[in-house]
Design a protein around this ligand. Structure first.
Ligand SMILES: Cc1cc2nc3c(=O)[nH]c(=O)nc-3n(C[C@H](O)[C@H](O)[C@H](O)COP(=O)(O)OP(=O)(O)OC[C@H]3O[C@@H](n4cnc5c(N)ncnc54)[C@H](O)[C@@H]3O)c2cc1C
Length: 257
């Protein structure tokens, strides 16, 4: 095994690690957009003000961005829960603890079901044949849809995506592009700094309807509302998300809710 010196400067790290880990990743080796470690994690936790967290579905809402520290054990879920109890009130506190509970729930499912979470836990709730490969236009953020290309660029450039962007992207890939959720799971695993077997696989399955009662979808109005219109205003693409939920369900799944 290659020994990596402990005295490397930030500039040297990508080069050294890049060659030590060659073959295990694709693309350019570079430092992540955020600093890792316990000290940085604690500082980020202390700086986090959860006021208005209940509006978390909006891309501009004050989400914590602490997931990568939680994922790598630099912060514990209990520390974040204590912080929310001390610093948040009312629905902000409830919503914060509820989201954290999703993380714990997914871990419990992983503990109970083991690697079975990497296969469909249930049959999809609509008749579908998903292709196994991630399309190259998706991988390269060249779908021609400004919103989808931005979500993919966030993932690849920052190693992070807002939860709502993850849900939109997952629905786009699985339901509009008819790609197996496993390809999306792998794509996320490749790029997310918080990439976590349980939350990643089970969230994809929740969107795909192999771990939920129905497939998750959004429409153009939902994307516009929760992104403050940042991609929709002036968009000239032939928008596949246009329509009511009923119209989209009929188009995508052949049924109305
Ligand atoms: C398709 C898909 C894949 C996902 N993959 C991952 C993954 O690999 N790793 C991961 O940590 N999360 C994953 N999530 C859940 C969620 O998107 C992220 O935890 C959240 O966006 C992290 O940002 P944050 O730290 O600002 O979260 P905040 O909203 O500030 O929440 C605080 C913490 O609670 C937990 N949390 C919040 N929302 C969720 C949720 N919906 N499910 C599970 N835990 C949650 C996270 O640990 C998060 O750091 C995925 C969601 C989807 C839809």
């Amino acid at each position: 095994m290659t020994r990596i010196p402990t005295t490397l400067t930030d500039e040297q790290i990508p080069k050294e690690l890049g060659s030590a880990l060659a073959g295990l990743y694709s693309g350019e080796a570079r430092l992540p957009s955020r600093v890792g470690g316990r000290v940085a994690g604690l500082a980020a936790l202390q700086a986090y003000n959860p006021k208005d967290y209940a509006a978390r579905n909006h891309l501009l809402a004050p989400i914590s961005r602490l997931s990568m520290y939680l994922r790598h054990g630099m912060l514990s879920p209990r520390e974040l829960a204590d912080h929310l109890r001390a610093r948040a009130r009312g629905t902000d506190r409830e919503e914060g603890l509820r989201q954290l509970a999703w993380r714990e729930f997914f871990w419990l499912v992983l503990k109970q079901r083991g690697r079975a979470v990497l296969e469909n836990l249930e049959e999809p709730k609509y008749r579908v044949s998903w292709s196994p490969e991630l399309p190259s236009d998706v991988r390269e953020a060249q779908t021609g849809l400004p919103c989808a290309d931005a979500w993919i660029t966030h993932l690849k450039d920052d190693g992070y995506m807002h939860n709502h962007e993850r849900m939109w992207f997952a629905a786009y890939l699985v339901h509009w592009r008819r790609v197996n959720w496993k390809a999306g799971y792998e794509f996320f695993r490749e790029h997310l700094l918080d990439g976590d077997l349980a939350s990643n696989a089970l969230s994809w399955q929740w969107v795909a309807s192999t771990f939920s009662g129905k497939p998750y979808i959004m429409n153009q109005a939902n994307i516009e509302k929760y992104s403050a219109g940042r991609w929709c205003e002036g968009c000239t693409a032939d928008c596949p998300f246009m329509g009511s939920y009923e119209q989209l369900q009929e188009k995508l799944f052949g049924w109305r809710a």
